[in-house]
Structure formats: C-alpha cells, structure tokens
Design a protein around this ligand. Structure first.
Ligand code: PEP
Ligand code: MN
Length: 373
C-alpha cells in the first residue's frame, strides 16, 4: 500500500508522521517514507510494507495531508505505475526535464578515443541545438583484447569540452563503484561543467550490487538498459533495485534482445515495448537504435534501418533516443559500423523531430488534452 501525501507538504511534515503513527497501530506492517523529487512537483509517499491486506484504505485516506491511498497490485513498488496513478513525476537534471512527456536526443560517441573526436562531435551537436550526448569512457567488451575505453584519463577533457559546447548531460556507462567515484571527482574538478547520466549497460542489468551503488547516490540520474537475454519482468525488477536504494531519477532503456531471430540486425529490435514500459512504470523510456540494429544498412528507398527503427520507437512515445555518432566511423575503436557520421547527424535529428511531431499529432487524435498529466 502507498499513501500519497499532498504535494505541498514537506517530507518531514507532521502530517506524514501522523500517518506513520496511524499505520503503526496495525500488526505486522512497517512504513518507509519516500520523497520523489519530480520535474514538476515533489511527492511524499508513505510505503506500507508487510501484511497490508487487512488494512482499510479509507481510514488513511481521511487523515489530514493525505492525497490518496493506493494498493500496490504489482511488484514494482517504486518504479511501477499503480492503480489510478496518472502522475508520472519524472525528474529534472541540469535544468532539463526527464518525464514521460519530455523528449531528448543523446547523440554521441560510443567510446571516447581522442580529444579531437569529442570536440568535433560536441561542435556538431551545438550547431544542431542538441545539449545531450553520450560518451563511453569505460567499455564492456566481449574480448579482453579489444579497446576497453580510455577510462578516467579522458574525463577532464570530455567535461571541459562539454562545458565549452553547451552540453548539459552526458550518458556514460559505469561498471563499478570506482568508475562512479572517478566521474564524480572529475565533474567536481571541472567545476561541474556538465552533468552525467550513469548508464547501466545490458551486461550489468542484473549486477544487483552495482544497481544498489548507483541507487544509493542521488547526485546523478541513471539510464538503466534492459538485459539483452532476460524477460522484461526481470529487467523491471532489476531496475527496481536502483529506485529501492533511494535514487528515483531513472530512465528505462530498450536496446534490443540477443537472438539470431533478429538477423541481420545485431539484436531483435524491441521498441514495441515502449508503450508497455510507459504503461507499467512511471519512468521515461529511452530507445537505443544503434545497439539494436548494429549497422547502417539502407532500405530500397535510401533510408537506413537505423532511422526506421528510431522512427518506430519515437512514434510509439519514446522519451529519449541514444544514438552512436563518430566523425570517422571507419576509424572508431568501438562499434564504428553503426555510427552516424557528423554529416548524417543533421538529417537524423530532423527525421526524429518530424516523427516526434507525428507522435504528438497522434496524441491529439486519441487523447483529450486533459488526460495528459
Ligand atoms: C553502449 O551503449 O555503449 C552499450 C554498450 O550498450 P549496451 O549495454 O546496450 O550493449
Ligand atoms: Mn557500443
């Protein structure tokens, strides 16, 4: 059961303590107060754990300061969208909103290889008005002999250049706590020139200790990428670890499933799950067409599969697109075949915005504006 407090109340309000005392009168239950700092409002929720079935909802609903009482019908207590829960708080980071209504393109380097690539990419993004990017410093590679990423040594210039070119958020994968600490200190040393969204890669989707580590800090949001070989339910449960550890600033990423049934694509594109995740959770949803498709093959009309699958995710309501770009894909040290060139980036961004406008027209067609909360 979740008792949602009125949005104007502070997390430590007397009304919240009174609700906790009221719950304490019942046997075999305990409470956990959660403050969710959303993009538009702060939500205080009193989560009631244990044997909640005998508890009457109306008693709690009548207490001062209570907005509503929800019964948790499914497992995803923190990230799930429960019975009648229309508000999806999302979060604000670096002045940008990340909600189920917002939209951002994170275009950038799969792996940072040299300063010049970062500079050229950020310059191209700035010219297109894009303030969000990706830049891999730590790369999980199938072979130990492949390029593993430049690690902490590239962070100072990546953050400095981000500040110079107006990049507000960089999606960056971390594989252990040390990576997180290195990012935190390099950000501080850069004078917080930019922000980082910590990416949990598909290979670490069920690394529960890492999920707890990124969940225990609230400084940086988390992009959780679905596990490539586990069910959606398993991925949502894994993602729940981040929120249950305290960090509710989460974006859920779809990046394709590993199976030969997706051939000739690198993975079986799973963007049909965009509306599913939006319905089941309160999280903004990201699609990664680059890692889903894996190369730039073109259809007979001259549009690449990568553009087509991006369009499929965006027209279904994706809130974020993560896409690989490289100034010279043929020289990239990681995933070159799927990277757009800087010249290809402009039509890609235009195409994505065109499809996003089509999604908004679909919303107007199917949804009265009042329901879009
Ligand atoms: C990446 O985005 O660089 C990456 C390795 O993706 P994934 O974890 O989805 O394979
Ligand atoms: Mn990659």
């Amino acid at each position: 059961m979740i008792i949602v407090m009125n949005p104007e109340l502070a997390g430590d309000a007397a009304e919240t303590s009174a609700v906790e005392r009221a719950v304490a009168r019942y046997p075999n239950v305990s409470t956990l107060v959660r403050c969710v700092h959303g993009a538009h409002r702060t939500l205080t929720e009193v989560h009631v754990l244990g044997d909640t079935a005998p508890l009457p909802t109306d008693v709690f609903a009548a207490l001062p300061g209570v907005e509503r009482v929800l019964r948790v019908l499914q497992r995803y207590r923190a990230i799930g969208r429960h019975e009648g829960q229309a508000v999806t708080p999302g979060f604000e980071y670096q002045g940008l909103q990340f909600t189920q209504e917002s939209f951002h393109i994170f275009a950038g380097l799969c792996a940072v290889d040299e300063r010049a690539s970062v500079e050229a990419t950020f310059r191209a993004l700035q010219a297109l008005g894009v303030q969000t990017t990706r830049a891999g410093a730590y790369k999980p590679r199938t072979s130990p002999y492949d390029f593993q990423g430049l690690g902490a040594q590239c962070l100072p210039y990546v953050f400095e250049l981000a500040g110079k070119f107006g990049i507000k958020v960089i999606a960056m994968e971390v594989m252990n706590e040390q990576h997180l600490n290195q990012i935190q200190s390099a950000l501080r040393e850069s004078g917080n020139a930019t922000g980082v969204m910590l990416q949990i890669g598909t290979r670490n989707a069920q690394n529960f200790e890492l999920l707890k580590v990124v969940g225990q800090q609230k400084e940086m949001p988390v992009l959780f990428k679905r596990g490539m070989g586990i069910t959606l339910e398993e991925s949502l449960n894994a993602c729940e670890y981040v929120a249950a550890s305290g960090n509710h600033q989460i974006v859920f990423g779809l990046r394709g499933m590993k199976t030969n049934l997706g051939d000739p694509h690198r993975n079986l594109v799973d963007f049909a799950h965009v509306p599913v995740v939006r319905r089941m959770t309160r999280l903004p949803v990201c699609i990664d067409p680059s890692h889903a498709v894996g190369k730039k093959s073109f259809g007979p009309e001259g549009i690449s599969d990568l553009h087509h699958v991006t369009a499929q995710g965006v027209i279904a309501g994706a809130n974020m697109v993560l896409v690989d770009v490289h100034p010279r894909p043929e020289e990239a040290l990681c995933d070159g075949p799927q990277a757009l060139t800087l010249d290809e980036l402009k039509p890609f961004v235009e195409d994505v915005h065109l499809v996003r406008r089509a999604y908004e027209q679909r919303l107007a067609l199917f949804h009265p504006a009042a329901r879009r909360t």
